[in-house]
Design a protein around this ligand. Sequence first.
Ligand code: AHN
Ligand code: ZN
Length: 335
Amino acid sequence: MKIRNYMMLVCATVALGCLSCANSKKTSAAEGETTEKAVQVPAFNADSAYLYVKQQVDFGPRTPNSRAHDLCGDYLAARLESFGAKVYNQRADLTGYDGKTLKARNIIGAFNPDAKRRVLLCAHWDTRPWADNDPDEANHHKPILGANDGASGVGVLLEVARQLQQQAPAIGVDIIFFDMEDSGTPQFASSMGDDSHTWCLGSQYWARAPHVQGYNARFGILLDMVGGKGATFLREGYSMQHAPSVVKKVWKAAAKLGFGNYFIDEDGGYVNDDHGPVNEIARIPCIDIINCSLTDELSSFGNFWHTLDDNMDVIDRATLQAVGQTVLHVVYNEK
Ligand code: AHN
Ligand code: ZN
């Protein structure tokens, strides 16, 4: 990126940031008494998030044991570090559906690591090695770029991380990029029964052995496929089962911010995703903000899901904005 473009982005961010806090101060010093100050929530910059999505996609598919995976992992750890996080690289040899060893790396950025009150934000950063939902069967063994499925959640969280550095919230925040979510048994492999454990390998590992012994957080928010144009987020089943109050909090924030057209007040299906291990193994109530439409024909996760079409063309800044601003609102309103 050219330095000049980056400076323009920084200037735009500063200007937006000032606009957003100008109207939120609520003190009645004139009467000599102070009421509680409304929290100042920074303005999420969707251009910045979009850039972080693109920078991941530019590495190519981030599939297990590939060079692009290694390089993108280094990029993510470096970004988190540059935003002031204490960074943990949790490496593990995990076993794929076919018995092969997968060199996994969960990447964790801890902000305000000494704070007792914490919130966990997470997304998977690996991409699916097989486009097994592609309409063309000849593509089923090719890896996907994962602009939406993978990079979008991580891109939003990198922009959140940048905001955390500029203005610290009242609580500690941990951002976890889980690895090996998307190497679950492909449709072309003959499956022997329940394959659900072949997905979410990185989060399963982390939930059994967190980066900090005895780790805990008030709640978690998982972002998955949060960049597609016209995405809709329904109340996901396991989220409602394990963390209904967090779902309510997030959907209420979205409605207040004018994003009710993305965050729909309707129940969606149950999705096997990284919040599963966080809820059931780490016992931290965690929700999943995941695109789940009721209208798409090929897949409820979008027509490009697990196809070669999951590239930058499907990414819409407006969706990144809706999700990012909602997450910031929730984080900065925690006391
Ligand atoms: C399954 O369909 C098994 N899991 C949906 C979660 C997922 C896949 N997220 C991204 N890719
Ligand atoms: Zn996927």
